[in-house]
Design a binder for this molecule. Structure first.
Ligand SMILES: Nc1nc2c(ncn2[C@@H]2O[C@@H]3COP(=O)(O)O[C@H]4[C@@H](O)[C@H](n5cnc6c(=O)[nH]c(N)nc65)O[C@@H]4COP(=O)(O)O[C@H]3[C@H]2O)c(=O)[nH]1
Length: 573
């Protein structure tokens, strides 16, 4: 090594050879090996182009070895220790040329110094390697964290669920206790997102994550396993009661009304619970059970929890199949509308029809409305189905109006999910435009409960519908435990007294009092009052006597198919 450095120094003294001599080539080979040895670790993570460039630079630099030490081309390689060592040796080579009388001792010292600098280059490259390794490890840890944890809430995600579950199951087996797996699904998250935007939606998810953390014990795990789905692994419990207690705590905490960026938010959650080892021996089966129990909770009207029971499995399966059938029912024409007349009590004429959805299932025949409409609402199918109902109802009403000159309206029920669509009024305006129906000929019916849930956004939607000129009616009035003050703030046209009050008049004193009060209240607010579910002549006469404006019910007519309703309208309109 020393002799080679010596040769390197003396290369300055002789004229530059046209091509490297054998010694030069040996030196070149040595430097290449040395260079690669010293800087190879640094190249990990460099791109191929850089490595090729560096190698070319090095080869050129070494071939022109007479200049290499001065030119400092190796600067580009990043091997600082190597460069400095070589540079110093080169400079000193020149120096020794002029002062050959300097002792060999000085030469030796300088050679040692050169070697020390090369060693420094090596040391430095190792340090750089360590830093690089640390950076790579940190990057790997970060990307592993990103893959396994939800970026928004910081909770473990679905990928970690299996892992954590398996770990907790193993611990539970040893402890001879039980473990509960809870699946949670927010009932109103889509509506929050649609009504207030994604920023508030995100803030709500973060709030929920915090609430869940506040409810669980220190050894339990909270995970976010989907958009609005969370899971909890509750460990060290003795029986289902402990899981139920946790679920109750969560239901109460999530339902707490709160404000996010000035918006009043109401949210609920449905929870499905299954236990290990009592419900299932494997993680796969546990996950399935929790899913089934959650589905059951949703079916039971949301905002509740359900413990897994083997028989809900079969029911859940049939609902999944039914949801699939409902999806294809729109295209296959299995859905149709019936129309129930509404009678004006002053004129005695039919002035409106309520459009009611029917589904004749190819295998199961006519299906119960409440069941399949709830299913449509839960699955989101109510959006396309509701739009179809509006379209057909408007089309039908417009075509009837062409046959008869009397005033005619059609009333269409809007489900909560439909009502919370971002541009409901725009969608309805387009349907009116397409079908040719004038806006006042369409009445939309919304439930009282829907208004109470979120007054602020309901008011905005109602205002846009009212601006469009569509009539607005509050269905099932009297059942929603609402504050009556909201009535005067909303742009309503009519209220429909709930069937349950009409059912008990004239016999029951309370129902009579409520019916009379609703009629008086409606009139004092300038609203039209409609009674639904009128089944008897007594009810009809009572309502007429107390000034109800319109009646609807089996006493007048059951819901009719479109041709029969048209005939009815031509005769009684
Ligand atoms: N016992 C009794 N019942 C009477 C009488 N007169 C009418 N009805 C029934 O009362 C319901 C009136 O509709 P609703 O209160 O809006 O209640 C509706 C409404 O909330 C919903 N619904 C029906 N069609 C649609 C629709 O197209 N979209 C949405 N979102 N909901 C719908 O399903 C509910 C039930 O509808 P239907 O089963 O068709 O039941 C209809 C109708 O057949 C009567 O004298 N006695």
């Amino acid at each position: 090594m020393l002799s080679m450095l010596h040769k390197l120094r003396h290369a300055h003294l002789s004229p530059l050879p046209p091509w490297p001599s054998a010694g030069g080539l040996a030196l070149l080979a040595l430097f290449i090996i040395l260079f690669w040895f010293l800087t190879f670790p640094l190249k990990q993570g460099f791109d191929l182009n850089n490595i090729i460039l560096e190698t070319v630079v090095l080869v050129v630099a070494l071939v022109a070895h007479a200049f290499i030490l001065r030119l400092g081309i190796t600067l580009l390689t990043g091997g600082w220790g190597l460069l400095l060592g070589s540079l110093l040796l080169g400079l000193l080579g020149e120096f020794t040329q002029e002062s050959r009388q300097w002792s060999t001792l000085v030469e030796r010292i300088l050679e040692i110094l050169g070697l020390a600098l090369i060693a420094f280059g090596f040391y430095r490259s190792q340090r750089l390697l360590q830093t690089q390794l640390k950076k790579t490890q940190a990057k790997e840890t970060r990307s592993r964290h990103l893959a396994q944890y939800d970026a928004l809430t910081g909770l473990p995600n679905r990928i970690l669920l299996q892992d954590r579950l398996a770990q907790s199951m193993a611990e539970t087996l040893h402890s001879r206790q039980q473990l509960a797996l809870l699946f949670l699904d927010l009932d109103r998250f889509k509506d929050i997102n649609d009504s207030f935007g994604h920023e508030i939606g995100d803030a709500e998810l973060i709030r929920v994550a915090g609430v869940l953390h506040g409810c669980v014990g220190p050894t339990d795990t909270v995970l976010r396993i989907g958009g609005d789905e969370f899971a909890i692994i509750q460990t060290h419990i003795l029986d289902a009661d402990e899981a139920a207690l946790l679920a109750q705590r969560i239901l109460g905490a999530i339902a707490e009304p709160h404000r996010l960026q000035g918006h009043k938010i109401h949210n609920n959650v449905s929870i499905g619970i299954t236990l290990f080892p009592s419900d299932a021996p494997t993680a796969k089966q546990l996950l399935k059970n929790a899913d089934i129990a959650l589905y059951h909770a949703k079916h039971e009207g949301r905002n509740n929890y359900q413990l897994y029971m083997p028989d809900i499995n079969a029911r859940a399966h049939s609902r999944v199949a039914l949801a699939k059938d409902l999806q294809s029912a729109l295209e296959s024409g299995d859905l149709h509308l019936q129309f129930q007349p509404q009678l004006d009590l002053t004129s005695g004429r039919t002035v409106s029809f309520e459009a009611l959805l029917r589904w004749r299932h190819p295998q199961h025949g006519m299906l119960a409305r409440q069941t399949f409409i709830r299913l449509a609402e839960e699955t989101g199918l109510i959006i396309p189905i509701g739009a179809w109902v509006l379209e057909i109802a408007c089309q039908t009403c417009f075509s009837w109006q062409q046959f008869h000159s009397g005033p005619l309206q059609v009333a269409v029920n809007l489900s909560p999910r439909q009502f919370r669509q971002p541009d409901l009024a725009g969608g309805i305006a387009a349907i009116l435009e397409r079908t040719g129906l004038s806006p006042p000929s369409l009445e939309v019916e919304i439930t009282e409960g829907l208004l109470i849930e979120d007054m602020d956004s309901a008011l905005k939607t109602l205002q846009s519908l009212s601006t469009l000129g569509v009539r607005i009616s509050v269905d099932d009035f009297g059942t929603g435990h609402s504050s009556l003050t909201y009535l005067k703030h909303l742009p309503l046209d009519s209220i429909k007294i709930d069937r349950s009050f009409i059912h008990d008049i004239p016999e029951e004193i309370e129902s009579r009092a409520i019916t009379k009060a609703i009629i008086a209240l409606g009139h004092s607010l300038n609203l039209e009052v409609v009674a639904e579910g009128v089944e008897t002549q007594e009810q009809f006469l009572y309502l007429q006597e107390y000034g109800c404006d319109r009646v609807q019910g089996y006493f007048i007519s059951k819901p009719l198919n479109a041709p029969r309703a048209q005939k009815w309208w031509q005769e009684k309109g």
